[in-house]
Design a protein around this ligand. Sequence first.
Ligand code: FES
Length: 109
Amino acid sequence: MPDGKSTPARAGTTLLEAARRAKVHIRTRCAGKAACLMCKVCIDPDAQTGLQPMNANERNKLGGLQEQGYRLACQAKANGQAPVIVTVPEDPLKSAVRKLLDQQQEEDW
Ligand code: FES
């Protein structure tokens, strides 16, 4: 989400690997070492059963964000037992540009 793309993923496949296979861009800076936190994605609470439990590193990095449904795409692994619905947050730069355009459009009216 939000593009509605999907891909099959074997148990042990990270969400980052699955996203790349589905040609969904997820920002990273640390090459999947759980250091940059740029790969945060939001998981549908009803679809958490399709993921393996968080490892200690991911849990420590996410802190309170895990209660809001966030996982690190480079660390979260499919368990192969249920589908997972992943929402990739909008790129912050795109978001800022979109807000400015929306503001400008409102002012023009
Ligand atoms: S890619 Fe950097 S934390 Fe996941």
